[in-house]
Design a protein around this ligand. Sequence first.
Ligand code: PMP
Length: 383
Amino acid sequence: MRPDEIDSALSALAGEHRLRRRATLQSPQGPRVTIDGRDYLAFASNDYLGLANHPALRQAMQQAIGDWGVGGGSSALVAGHFGIQQQAEEALAEFVGCEAALLFGSGYAANLGVITSLVGRGDAVFADRLNHASLNDGCLLSRATFKRFRHNDLAQLEQLLRDTPARTRLIAVDAVYSMDGDEAPLRELLQLAERYDAWLYLDDAHGFGLLGDGHGALLEYALHHPRVVYMATLGKAAGVAGAFVAGSRQLIDWLVNSARTYIFTTAHPPAQAAAILRSLQLIDADKWRRHLINEHISALHAGLRATSLSLCSSRSPIQPIIIGSNKQVLKLAEQLRARGIWVPAIRPPTVPAGSARLRVSLSAGHTRDDVAELLAALLSVIS
Ligand code: PMP
């Protein structure tokens, strides 16, 4: 992109109703937010369990700032691996039933770092078409042969595995798809990984805290296996920030020595690890949060059953309403905003062309009345 081309590129995006502008929050994250000076009931964040602003997490982080300070100071390998982070890694590994875990600054960084540590030239990666952008970027950066299969199409995946010669193979999937809320057939994927001698790389960004009674997809589907590499983010249901990868001790030792997004980056603030540790306790103890989300999902489905709006088959807090056109989805989101409800309009390239959607994100932070208010607003904008 030349400097004089940016203006027309931005105009082109605007013409296609794809120009993105950030909404500025003037409040903490939560079901009720202030955005650009107006109050909204929001169904936009990935704070599924309502923990992002929980007093216990705030307190844990504040106390840890007293104990450990604010900055990471240097990369973890130089002098930035803190005791509290070691404690969090051990707790995370135990939480998901693995031998060891490694904290990353973000899920994006974890996906790039891990995939490029496991595959390179001469290898092949196989990715579901609806995978998150960070998985795709990791696959591209690895320089391995990059094959994408139709969403959840095991037959096509098997054919690609059979037809693609490679030294090392890696199958990469989301456990729960971020824009559709549906799940990958993980048991069957593991069978394919075994049959074709491949790694199964599992991005559980949207399942951790929810599936497996909060302990994630490995527990939900009994997937502990030396071929499975597990990644989950900590900025969604866990309510904090960062991500971790879990697997065998050997795998984690290899990542410490090879994952460039771990090695060549400043360690994240140590106090973050204290909030993560506290969050794990709440994910475990507060089972009511998952029950309440299930109630919200049922209420939403029941409320929209007899309308022209259709939901996807998702048992996750991600409940997209597929609209189709970019223009129409923007109009609906705007009409909802006028009624004080914030639901993001998701458009290409985040989702495939022609499948623009309202991505309703439910949370245990929402009350039953909040969901009723959303339903009433949706019914009024489509009538
Ligand atoms: N994987 C998936 C499936 C995601 O949805 C996201 C975040 N949207 C990420 C990875 C990236 O995680 P993070 O936000 O921690 O960078």
